[in-house]
Design a protein around this ligand. Sequence first.
Ligand SMILES: *Cc1c(COP(=O)(O)O)cnc(C)c1O
Length: 384
Amino acid sequence: MKDKTFLMIPGPTPVPESVMMEIAKHPIGHRSSEFSSILKEVYENLKYVFQTKNDVFMFTSSGTGAMCAALENLVNEGDKVLCLSLGNFGNRWAKIAESRGANVEKIEVEAGEVIDPNILRKRLEEDTNKEIKIVTLTHSETSTGAANDVKALCSIIREHGAISVVDGVTSVCAMPCKPDEWGIDVLVSGSQKGFMIPPGLAFLTANERAWKVYEQCKHPSFYFDWAAHKKAVEGNTTPFTPAVNLIVGLNQALKMIKEEGIDNMNARHRRHAMALRKAIKAINLELLVKDDNNASHSITSILPPEGISVPDIRSTMKKDFDIVVANGQNKLKDKIFRMGTLGFVCDRDLIAAVGALEATLVKLGHKFEVGKGVQTIINELKEI
Ligand SMILES: *Cc1c(COP(=O)(O)O)cnc(C)c1O
């Protein structure tokens, strides 16, 4: 049915009507006092959501732009960068570092696994000459649905002395992510994931340790230059013409996040992800990430049942129920499907999605006790 689409892909995610109404307003001048007062609120509220006392910069770009904004302001040619990779997005850090001429080393894991803090500790202890300057990591790896223990990993990186650069694109808003408390030196995110607004904005926050490295960067990015953005934040403005309408929408979305409370928002995501995992198991489907402790709270990766294809599941969900779930990426294409519970998602959405998935599987011939998933999700949502 038209206008009923529920996006369960890991971005773009559903947008509240009140945010859409803000975005629909006429654009206003980006140098006007009216826009400046909106920016003042937005910059303030971003600090709340990122749980930092440091400035949060805003770029007109997708999330990858913020990843470039991180490494392109830190890396000089020949610098050693250690990339901890759980999948596609972890590998993206390595590609960006390579594009700046870095000497890249990777620690990789099997799809669905996370980085073992002991392996990182061992590698960093071997680096007695302190050659490793930067360590990149992904909090919630969207391609697999696995989530690293960022707190533990960043404290190990801090002991060594390298700068930690964290992709929080699908974790900020969804999972506890506390840069100041955990010692994350640079943290990035993007608008179309947990922020409940459409694609087009990206965010970065950096601490004093990261600024020291920035100051030694010989060729910082022009568009994403930290100094230009810092000056802009201090003046409640932006260096260039920003996506004015998206920022007006973001202002509304941030107010909604503040009203819910960031801790409550994190808890909601955890509750949804854990309940969904139980419901999936109850209908005899297998999860890619086996251990709840390693699971992202924003994306759940599911293996299709024997003899039923991922494209059939996806197209039936879309055609019969207007629910869009994601395929796997690269090597995981057609091997898993991914259900996002990121951003503007409520209990009703989850119950409907599990019911729709059951109906889809019945149609495609999967054998399970019909209703078991819905029963499980209802019970779990009640209890957690
Ligand atoms: C979506 C995403 C990104 C950024 O992707 P864009 O398409 O550039 O917005 C980066 N990291 C993770 C973990 C993501 O999920």
